[in-house]
Design a protein around this ligand. Sequence first.
Ligand code: ZN
Ligand code: ZN
Length: 119
Amino acid sequence: MSRDTSARKKTHSGMFRCKRCKQMVPNQAFGTKHRNHCPMCLWSLHVDHTPGDREHHCHALMEPVGIWVKDGGEWAVIHRCTQCGEFKANRIAGDDRDWALMQLAARALANPPVPIDEF
Ligand SMILES: [Zn+2]
Ligand SMILES: [Zn+2]
């Protein structure tokens, strides 16, 4: 294992285009050092082993499948890789679209595993 502690790679400074919704997305966002999902549709790419390393070989699209509320109330998006099926939790960014996050959070409630009447 080589330990490269010199500056982070600055290969993709500026913007990238979301492979899912085709919107241009700024690399930097308030609240996160490593932008790893699109703020519009919340889809991600399977590129990291650990956040920000960009060393995973998979590179498939990752679907946002749920919200994880951590201790302290911080939200993370759970992504599932459409190719290899791996799950990953990613911190939300300051400019993630509220409605997209709400839609994702509401998905479980909108599709209960048992009839709502039974509660
Ligand atoms: Zn997108
Ligand atoms: Zn994958």
